[in-house]
Design a protein around this ligand. Structure first.
Ligand SMILES: *[C@@H]1O[C@H](CO)[C@@H](O)[C@H](O)[C@H]1NC(C)=O
Ligand SMILES: *[C@@H]1O[C@H](CO)[C@@H](O)[C@H](O)[C@H]1NC(C)=O
Ligand SMILES: *[C@@H]1O[C@H](CO)[C@@H](O)[C@H](O)[C@H]1NC(C)=O
Ligand SMILES: *[C@@H]1O[C@H](CO)[C@@H](O)[C@H](O)[C@H]1NC(C)=O
Ligand SMILES: *[C@@H]1O[C@H](CO)[C@@H](O)[C@H](O)[C@H]1NC(C)=O
Ligand SMILES: *[C@@H]1O[C@H](CO)[C@@H](O)[C@H](O)[C@H]1NC(C)=O
Ligand SMILES: *[C@@H]1O[C@H](CO)[C@@H](O)[C@H](O)[C@H]1NC(C)=O
Ligand SMILES: *[C@@H]1O[C@H](CO)[C@@H](O)[C@H](O)[C@H]1NC(C)=O
Ligand SMILES: *[C@@H]1O[C@H](CO)[C@@H](O)[C@H](O)[C@H]1NC(C)=O
Length: 489
């Protein structure tokens, strides 16, 4: 269920909060200029003067005193007029820049981003890189966005504006807005999760504050949807289904400003390993609560003989990167599992499990064996220190680039043990020659064979390691996971 759109407030004629009169200006810092207390004080002052003037005027003929008062009043009104005209100038001066800055097109995926290129992220040691508006570094200004372009991000634009001088015709959206920049997409669950993780970290560090809306950008272009898996994970994590802003009822040329916003464009960049682990801990915990699963760790599951159960899961794909002979692969793992007391083999297909079925499967898994693919994104939902075994079809090592290591990184970020990968030496022939980049389009969708000797030894090694670890943990009465990781730090 999507939330109903948060309320729009349209200050068609924004009332000017009287900032300050010339006399006081020199003594005030920029931040106090817009303090509401000050505005109230000044308003009270103006009203008092006005009242005084009227009392005098009614009770006595204009005297020299009342003339001076009247003069004072004129100066006060003049001061208000001056401020109004100043605010009008500020309003006119708000300058929108393209969200996608083509000057940085070459470095877009790394280094200086082309998205909001004039802005610098707040960098705190070990924390997610982000920008927050209003903030000290924005000098109290809010973020405003303009444009609903979904094909060319250089036609969408951004600007900063003081709340007292929002651009003409601006709509102000209340509440907290998360503005996400994703260089890839929100349909692939790994890419979507990467864009979401730093927001979860921000949420955790800011007393569990949740957004009223998300604005999703890809290359500066608006996106209105994300994978259902990701949507439910967001719902579980932030305590409500995400409302993805679509700017309905706003014209292409109409600026929209945000009462409070957080912009993130660098995924996990800047986050320390400890911070990443805490962030995945929080998501795992919230996902289990959402799916009504116990928070007890794997340590709690023991078999009839009192031995810890080792859950080994073959998480199968269909189509590209599936096994050529699934039943043969299952047979090998089944055989090794049966040799270990307490081992339980589960076989599941990623394509027909609901989100909560996937969370549940992971909560029963100590060893996840799966081909490289988006379904492996679920690995962070296992208990920490669980194992991952990954399979690749032919050709990936040389041609797939660093992207092939994403599940290695995810395992590291979420505190899992990546137990290596098997790379099929055999596969489809490529007409351009093995090392030609064009071959990747063939290898990408290749299927995965098997090597019985290798699979047997590998499974045996990982199973024995996990068995030892679990026996040690059981002997040490390691405490079960507690609900406290669901809380914000
Ligand atoms: C009000 O300000 C304008 C210029 O901003 C000035 O010309 C005018 O004399 C001022 N009036 C009074 C009453 O101070
Ligand atoms: C503000 O909106 C009005 C009415 O829609 C329009 O006529 C006017 O041109 C707009 N002004 C600007 C600066 O966009
Ligand atoms: C969890 O349990 C609650 C209360 O029994 C129920 O309303 C909710 O639908 C359950 N959620 C899931 C995902 O099964
Ligand atoms: C798959 O493997 C099994 C067991 O090794 C074998 O009996 C079967 O013929 C294989 N199927 C195919 C299509 O190769
Ligand atoms: C899930 O998909 C696999 C393969 O596509 C199929 O064999 C299995 O029966 C399906 N399970 C369910 C519950 O639909
Ligand atoms: C994971 O394993 C490491 C090293 O064996 C150990 O120090 C740590 O306590 C384990 N963490 C959990 C949550 O079991
Ligand atoms: C299968 O794996 C074993 C053990 O790593 C290796 O010695 C053997 O050459 C492999 N067989 C094939 C056909 O690749
Ligand atoms: C673990 O718990 C059991 C039963 O609660 C107890 O008998 C045993 O001494 C404990 N072991 C350690 C190492 O604390
Ligand atoms: C862990 O959970 C199991 C199963 O509920 C329970 O028997 C055990 O006492 C718990 N251990 C600790 C340390 O809380």
């Amino acid at each position: 269920m999507a939330k109903s759109p948060p309320e729009l407030s349209r200050p068609t004629n924004p009332t000017l909060k009287t900032p300050s009169c010339p006399k006081q200006r020199t003594t005030m810092s920029a931040s106090s200029l817009y303090s509401p207390k000050l505005s109230i004080f000044l308003l009270a002052l103006c009203v008092s003067l006005f009242t005084l003037y009227h009392i005098r005027f009614l009770h006595a003929p204009p005297s020299s005193t009342s003339w001076s008062l009247m003069h004072h009043w004129e100066r006060v009104t003049n001061c208000t007029q001056e401020l109004e005209s100043m605010a009008e100038k500020l309003r006119q001066a708000v300058t929108f820049l393209p969200l996608k800055d083509l000057r940085y097109a070459d470095t877009a995926p790394e280094g200086h981003t082309w998205f909001m290129s004039s802005m610098h992220d707040t960098r705190e040691e070990g924390e997610e890189q982000h920008q927050q508006f209003p903030s000290e570094s924005s000098k109290g200004r809010l973020l405003c966005l303009k444009g609903k372009e979904t094909h060319d991000g250089s036609w969408n634009s951004y600007a900063l504006a003081w709340p007292e001088a929002l651009p003409i015709n601006a709509t102000l959206l209340k509440g907290l807005t998360f503005v996400s920049y994703n260089h890839y997409n929100y349909d692939n669950i790994w890419h979507g999760l990467s864009a979401m993780v730093p927001f979860v970290s921000w949420h955790r560090r800011n007393g569990c504050e949740s957004p009223s809306r998300w604005i999703l950008y890809h290359w500066g272009e608006l996106r209105f949807d994300m994978s259902p898996w990701l949507k439910i994970l967001i719902e579980a994590t932030f305590g409500g289904a995400p409302y993805i802003e679509n700017f309905e009822g706003v014209n292409d040329n109409q600026p929209v400003c945000f009462e409070k916003s957080v912009v993130i464009r660098h995924n996990e960049g800047g986050m320390s390993r400890d911070r990443r682990i805490e962030t995945y801990d929080l998501m795992r915990c919230r996902a289990k609560v959402y799916c009504n699963l116990s928070l007890e760790g794997r340590i709690a599951e023991i078999n009839k003989q009192g031995l810890p159960v080792i859950g080994m899961t073959l998480f199968m794909r269909t189509g590209p990167r599936s096994f050529k002979n699934e039943s043969a692969v299952i047979g090998i793992f089944e055989k090794e599992c049966s040799k270990i007391d307490g081992c339980r083999l589960m076989v599941a297909h990623s394509n027909n499990l609901t989100f909560c079925e996937q969370v549940k499967l992971m909560s029963l898994t100590d060893i996840l064996a799966s081909a490289h693919g988006a379904q492996l994104t679920n690995l962070f939902l296992m208990d920490k220190n669980s194992s991952v075994m990954e399979f690749f079809p032919k050709g990936w090592l040389k041609l797939a680039g660093v992207g092939q290591y994403v599940f290695h990184w995810l395992a590291d970020s979420s505190g899992m043990r990546h137990q290596g990968a098997w790379r099929d030496p055999n596969g489809d022939e490529c007409p351009y020659g093995e090392d030609d980049r064009r071959c990747m389009s063939i290898y990408k969708t290749g299927k995965i064979g098997l090597n019985e000797t290798y699979f047997t030894e590998w499974a045996k090694k990982v199973l024995n390691e996990v068995k030892l670890k679990k026996l040690e943990e059981a002997a040490a009465n390691k405490t079960n996971a507690s609900a406290s990781i669901c809380a914000c730090g």
